[in-house]
Design a protein around this ligand. Structure first.
Ligand SMILES: [Zn+2]
Length: 283
């Protein structure tokens, strides 16, 4: 299971120009025509090629609540078209009025979580958790995990990196102890700090996804984090279409991660976190 992919509605895939202006963060990342957008059919074809059974699809961290809502409607439609292949996360701007109501609506439409939230893109700060407390309480009430974009305080700059570094994420976790969190992009390096007992305690409801690893780390990050935290804390995610699913999966298979950890990372943990596929276990 690929727990971190992105799809956009067909009108944006066909012509992104309008949205480059409407949303600054989207504009920064997608101005280059070399950055591809794909259709649900492309995603499913990619999954078939890679041998991936299910993908968890995110939309985009729009600032505008109307765009979030439209994107959620689109992803609900995609899931109805591919009920066995696609699960989706709903996007809201957590500081916008009406975010709580949209979470409730999206969960009723079948969303398995919320995300990928992005503080830099959406104009809030992980260091000021009170601003987004109502939204996060709604996620706890709905038992919906929240996927959050994280980034490294060190290393190279890249488009979309942002400033959601482990120190800020910890401040957020401190205020949201009941919330289930998927920290994208290996939590910006947070797994290392879990060697500190107080950080382990704050991160007890956190799992880490591997999205965009190819751009960030050597692939021995898989066995290294497995040794640090155990396989039950890692979910395989690619960030497709930014990275190709098949090539990424092959790198994970060659990373030195062994069974049974491999099975956990490649689906078991994500299925548990997102509450997916319980019926499949019975087959
Ligand atoms: Zn991200």
């Amino acid at each position: 299971m690929d727990a971190h992919t992105h799809l956009f509605p067909p009108e944006i895939v066909l012509d992104r120009t309008l949205h480059l202006e409407r949303d600054p963060w989207f504009g920064e990342l997608y101005a280059s025509p070399n950055i591809v957008l794909v259709t649900p059919e492309d995603l499913v074809a990619s999954m078939d090629e890679a041998g991936i059974e299910m993908s968890v699809v995110c939309g985009w961290p729009w600032r505008d609540s109307g765009l979030c809502r439209e994107h959620n409607d689109f992803l609900a439609e995609v899931q109805r078209a591919y009920p066995d292949r696609i699960a989706w996360l709903a996007i809201v701007n957590p500081v916008a009025a009406g975010a709580a109501a949209e979470i409730e609506r999206a969960v009723n439409l079948g969303a398995v979580g919320i995300g990928e939230l992005n503080a830099d893109a959406q104009g809030f700060s992980w260091e000021r958790p009170s601003e987004i407390a109502d939204t996060m309480n709604s996620c706890v009430q709905a038992d919906a995990p929240v996927l959050i974009h994280c980034s490294e305080p060190a290393g190279h700059a890249y488009p979309g990196k942002g400033t959601a570094t482990p120190d800020k994420i910890l401040r957020f976790l401190e205020a949201n102890r009941e919330l289930r969190v998927v920290a994208a992009h290996w939590g910006g390096g947070l797994p290392f700090y879990e060697l500190m007992p107080e950080v382990t305690e704050l991160a007890r409801n956190v799992v880490y996804d591997s999205a965009a690893s190819t751009y960030l780390y050597r692939f021995d990050i898989f066995p290294v984090v497995e040794r640090l935290l155990g396989a039950g804390r890692i979910v395989f995610g690619t960030d497709y279409p930014l990275l190709k699913q098949h090539a990424f999966l092959n790198k994970v298979l060659a990373s030195g991660l062994r069974e049974p950890a491999l099975a956990e990372v490649l689906g078991g943990t994500a299925m548990r976190v997102f509450g997916i596929g319980h019926d499949r276990d019975d087959r």
